[in-house]
Design a protein around this ligand. Structure first.
Ligand SMILES: *Cc1c(COP(=O)(O)O)cnc(C)c1O
Length: 497
């Protein structure tokens, strides 16, 4: 291919782009989005066997040929994230406004690390961030930045928390001088919190043992009394708790910690209060369920993901700070990006607020979604899936051969297949683990597995607003069918009877 047909900006390149985009769109619609089942059932070996030609051949082929190859070998064996029976993880069906925004932001390739690489994108990201701060009722001092998702948002929040604490209580500038040698730092979160709290502690040089898990109540929310007891113990030990992480939407149960009660404790003990709302942050658009987030407006930082319950393509998240000045502890000046020179004053340079340098214009996706659907349009999607989760839970609960494990808060439903009441925990674990494996090869439903009180369980994460109760019933039937098939291997004859 000549360079002219590889790049935009010439008649030849523009025509090649249009043609290839059309072909790619057709490939997505025919090989991927239209499938009846959410997965082909192909094994890793079968997928690998298709790629029998060199990834880097000496000479290439027509782009159209490569697109067709991708359709056949990749798209056809991808999980149908838009299929109503794809209900395993916090992996959403991406909405059309977001897909179209993704196409535009990718084609324009703006990079948010300096104004001269992304003029309109820089200004618009700041405006989207302002709108998000308003959505969570943060004060006028608030600011934020787009991230790759909850992992990065949680990491960055804990980084800022650590550095503010070390400056305040040890007089140490961590950016310049590293960690104080006499500090004994701790992070508090619930036992249901996402593993990225521990991962963040590791990456911050604190070690995973710095994360103290506080026990939860019957609804899997952090128990404020247990938090008080933990804080007292830490104080007696002379340890230094510096951050409290509340979760709005735990990964397994969708539970939301009592955010206001946690805010009280954080204020009392001068802890940085971070709310991980990667999953549940979308409740902020909902009038029916928004009160679950009461107290989030008192957070020092909030993590929110748009590639979950806001239905945007991966990746898309943001971290918001109650006081934008807190970003200062991580700012640095590079002569070629954001020089300190006075002639550059007034030009926004977002690189100082991010742990990334080159950075995608992901803010365009929620912008296009918000402008197109409005708050009410988004709320109806979110509310619809929460309603469906309640109906799905009732269906599971009513079935003799299933065991419902909780009352859903958001749209996650955790349950087990237990065809006989007398089955012991070990047999239930083996059966449900085997079903999950069998289902992946079956392809009729994509369901997650998790462990509850040491017993393997199954989980629907019902993000898709087009999923119906009929789809839930069909998924339960697929689970039953797989249960009967795998019971033979597990020598559980009663299951078949
Ligand atoms: C998904 C999730 C994360 C991790 O976020 P990524 O976007 O996958 O990086 C962290 N916390 C919670 C509660 C989540 O749901």
């Amino acid at each position: 291919m000549s360079a002219d047909s590889l790049f935009l900006g010439s008649d030849q390149g523009d025509a090649a782009y249009r043609e290839a985009m059309n072909r790619a769109t057709d490939a997505v619609l025919t090989s991927f989005a239209d499938g009846d089942d959410p997965y082909s059932g192909a094994t890793p070996e079968a997928i690998a066997a298709q790629f029998d030609e060199p990834v880097v051949p000496d000479n290439g082929q027509e782009l159209e040929e490569t697109i067709d190859e991708v359709a056949e070998r990749v798209l056809a064996h991808s999980v149908g994230t838009s299929n109503p029976r794809c209900a395993a993880h916090l992996q959403c069906p991406p909405m059309v406004p977001g897909l179209v925004a993704e196409t535009m932001l990718t084609a324009t390739n703006q990079s948010l690390d300096s104004f001269d690489q992304a003029p309109a994108a820089t200004v618009l990201e700041e405006q989207v961030v302002d709108a998000l701060c308003d959505l969570f009722d943060l004060p006028g001092s608030a600011d934020g930045v787009f991230t790759s998702g909850g992992t990065q948002s949680n990491f960055q929040a804990l980084l800022l928390a650590r550095d503010r604490y070390c400056k305040r209580y040890h007089g140490q500038d961590v950016q310049a001088d590293g960690l104080p040698s006499d500090a004994d730092l701790r992070i508090l979160c619930s036992e249901e919190a996402h593993f990225t709290a521990k991962q963040g502690a590791h990456h911050l040089g604190l070690g995973e043992d710095a994360v103290i898990s506080v026990s939860t109540d019957d609804d899997r929310r952090m128990d404020p009394d247990a938090l008080d007891a933990t804080l007292t113990t830490l104080e007696t030990e002379g340890a230094e708790p510096f951050a409290l992480v509340g979760t709005a939407g735990t990964t397994d149960f969708g539970s939301v910690d009592p955010l206001a009660a946690l805010a009280d404790r954080a204020a009392e003990h001068d802890l940085w209060y971070h709310v991980d709302a990667a999953y549940g942050g979308a409740l902020a658009v909902s009038e029916a369920h928004g009160d679950l987030l009461d107290g989030i407006e008192r957070a020092d930082s909030v993590a929110v993901d748009f590639h979950k319950l806001f239905y945007q393509p991966i990746s898309c998240g943001a971290v918001l700070l109650r006081d934008g000045d807190d970003f200062e502890v991580m700012a640095r000046n590079a002569a070629y990006l954001n020089p300190e020179a006075h002639d550059e004053v007034g030009v926004p340079n977002l690189v100082a607020k991010s742990v990334q340098t080159t950075r995608r214009f992901d803010a365009l996706k929620p912008y296009v979604a918000f402008r197109t659907l409005g708050r009410a349009g988004l709320a109806s999607l979110v509310d619809g899936t929460l309603g469906l989760a309640d109906e799905a839970a009732a269906l599971v609960d009513a079935a003799d051969d299933f065991e419902l494990l909780h009352k859903p808060t958001l749209n996650a439903v955790v349950f087990r297949y237990r065809p006989r009441a007398g089955m012991d925990a070990d047999a239930v674990s083996r059966l449900n683990a085997a079903i999950r494996h069998e289902l992946l090869g079956d392809g009729r439903a994509i369901v997650a597995r998790t462990e509850v009180d040491g017993v393997t369980s199954l989980k629907f994460t019902l993000l898709n607003p087009t999923t119906t109760l009929k789809d839930i019933a069909a998924m339960l039937d697929a689970i039953r069918d797989c249960g009967i098939r795998v019971a033979v291997d597990l020598e559980e004859p009663e299951v078949i009877a």
